[in-house]
Design a protein around this ligand. Sequence first.
Ligand code: GRG
Length: 292
Amino acid sequence: MPGKYPEDTRLLVEEGLKKYFPEVGHPEELYKAMSYSLFAGGKRFRAVLAIESAKVFGTDPEDVMPAACAVEFIHTYSLIHDDLPALDDDDLRRGKPTCHVKFGEDMAILAGDALNTEAFRLVSSEQKAIDAGRIVWVIRELATASGASGMVGGQVVDIRSEGMVVDAETLKFIHEKKTGELIKASVRAGAILANASERDLALLTDYAIYLGLAFQIVDDILDVVGDAAVLGKAVGSDVLHEKATYPALYGLEKAKEMARMMTDKAKEALSQVDGDTTVLAELADFVFDRDF
Ligand code: GRG
């Protein structure tokens, strides 16, 4: 991987997902579709963020694993639905046929729905914390980040902006909501469960907001200059759908410059946190340097 990526933490997430997702279940077809997409690969970036954010405050990865895995459930559901014919209509994801190509559109919709709801079952049944209020807090963060005022809302403005010239403010809104909110919730969930102070939580929130923007700007750039074989998905899809993106609005060079600026701002916020934030800083560099 380009940049330094905490491979040890990613492997822990893979183990956590196996522990918390029952690969076999009834109805078998539904579980197969859910498990196909959940275990299709992926960087596990959001779960890694939740764990690394908790580790800043000395919390053991296992102690935040249910919440970290729940974020991956939600992320996977969003990818399954995003790939559907009614949305981006993509055939390839993580180097494999998309869920609807493999299992049919009906099962892909339902697998996405089930992963979304299973995420909340997982946090509310398996996640431990010093007090139950923190678990409710994390559930609220995840629901807000992924719902109408978060990811889904961002996705709506995104699809309704197709073919239109959007202004800088709208573009930032789409990126912050569609991608940034879940990244922010991942970082905050780790910190909340690790009992971070109000000050550190606010600093980590700033880190996550800039990180989320950088992540989606780089995603936009990779859709123009990336290698489909490395990315595991088709490139050029944004131009095809006339999507509002940073390269479309600002040009490639300026978009890259803006991603660099967001990464620097993320690291600046991080540098003020009271704890060892080395890995979170490396993750910010990874976001800027990544080629998939
Ligand atoms: C309810 C119909 C319906 C939709 C749900 C689809 C949706 C709302 C939101 C989609 C949001 C979305 C797909 C944003 C893009 C985020 C993004 C950059 C995804 C790629 O994430 P990576 O690079 O992927 O972390 P891996 O494969 O590494 O996990």
